[in-house]
Design a protein around this ligand. Structure first.
Ligand code: PHE
Length: 360
């Protein structure tokens, strides 16, 4: 058969030149594919005389085998080279020391606020907000705290200075998150279920008081909300937040101008060996004030108290953060001491969620 040598020389050269797998495959198809040159020549065997076939058959088979070998050898070489290149580019020195941990941490107040939001979101609450510089009206009057009311003095209010000639009471740094109750109902109406976390201010400073601290307000208004719903909600929250099943809360009759009846709520705990434990022992720790929203407060917010009722509560975020994470001194929260932040802070990507987990 003519031309087999030329075919062989040409294809061997093409194989040697192929620089990647696609090129090799192209050469293979051109030579050995169904319609490849060698395959076509194989077909010609049928038309030959037996004598011719005796020579051409083995010669073609040899050519086919040789090209096949050359193709796979070249493929192997290219594959090895590709692997080499990949190994070189992905090389990793596993003896290097680990990267330093991220410099910043999430402050416990931010973490606990997120935890509170996650738990209440699961109960169907949304987040409401209000200004930190508040009018006398929203901070006091609308909440049924008249101007002669002792609560105004008790709260050690910070007053903003009044512009000369202003004919109104001075604004205040809000002393609690309760004004958000009014603002929310005014703007969005009822029924509602909201929490309002944020900063509040009182002129007070010792181991358990700082002039700025954090509260979150809870407010649930509808046609048939009762004190029993309040109790269930707070117990449910504490179980989830402290991650303890046998939480015990104590409701103590109390007085707030904006709720009737009112209750302060304590949580059972023990201080054995200076170690605080929630849910056991003989001690009680106050964590919040609460009650059924006063009809006058509903009226002030434009809600008909004959049709609607509900509960409100105000909880200290700093207080429950100290309880949960065993942080002894409130003042350290606001010292910006990096060593303290590294110790009590949280990893930036460790976001609390109901499904992912609340506690660290
Ligand atoms: N605002 C009250 C406080 O700061 C807490 C509270 C809120 C009590 C809502 C009753 C209802 O002490």
């Amino acid at each position: 058969m003519d031309g087999l040598d030329a075919l062989k020389t040409r294809y061997l050269a093409e194989i040697a030149d192929a620089s990647d797998e696609a090129a090799i495959e192209a050469v293979r198809l051109a030579a050995l594919g169904k319609k490849g040159e060698v395959s076509l020549k194989m077909r010609e065997l049928g038309k030959m005389s037996p004598e011719e076939r005796q020579f051409a058959g083995p010669a073609l088979n040899a050519l086919k085998a040789e090209l096949g070998d050359a193709l796979s050898a070249r493929k192997q070489v290219l594959g090895d080279a590709a692997l080499e290149a990949r190994l070189a580019s992905e090389w990793l020195d596993v003896t290097l020391s680990p990267r330093p941990r991220a410099q910043g941490t999430i402050h416990p107040i931010s973490q606990v606020t997120e935890e509170v939001i996650a738990i209440f979101a699961d109960l169907g609450y949304s987040v409401a907000e209000g200004p930190q510089i508040e009018t006398d009206y929203y901070n006091f009057d609308a909440l049924n705290i008249a101007s002669h009311h002792p609560a105004r003095q008790e709260m050690d209010t910070f007053y903003m200075s009044l512009p000369k000639g202003a004919n109104r009471p001075p604004h205040v740094l809000r002393t609690h998150t309760s004004p958000v109750q009014i603002r929310h109902m005014e703007k969005h109406g009822v029924p509602c279920r909201v929490i309002a976390p944020g900063r509040v201010y009182r002129a007070d400073y010792d181991q358990t008081h700082t002039p700025m601290f954090h509260q979150y307000e809870g407010l649930a208004i509808d046609k048939d909300i009762s004190m029993a719903n309040l109790k269930w909600t707070l117990e449910e929250f504490c179980r989830a937040f402290f991650n303890i099943d046998n939480i015990e809360l104590r409701f103590r009759a109390s007085h707030f101008p904006f709720t009737e009846p009112s209750a302060e709520v304590d949580i059972r705990c023990s201080w054995d060996g200076g170690q605080l434990k929630i849910g056991e022992g003989d001690d009680w720790m106050e964590i919040l004030g609460s009650g059924m929203v006063h009809p006058k407060v509903l009226s002030a917010a434009g809600v008909d108290p004959k049709e609607y009722q509900g509960f409100a509560f105000g909880m200290g975020i700093d207080r429950i953060a100290m309880l949960k994470y065993g942080i002894p001194d409130l003042r350290a929260f606001f010292d910006s001491d990096l060593r303290w932040l590294r110790h009590y802070g949280f990893a930036a990507l460790d976001k609390p969620t109901i499904h992912g987990g609340i506690a660290r």
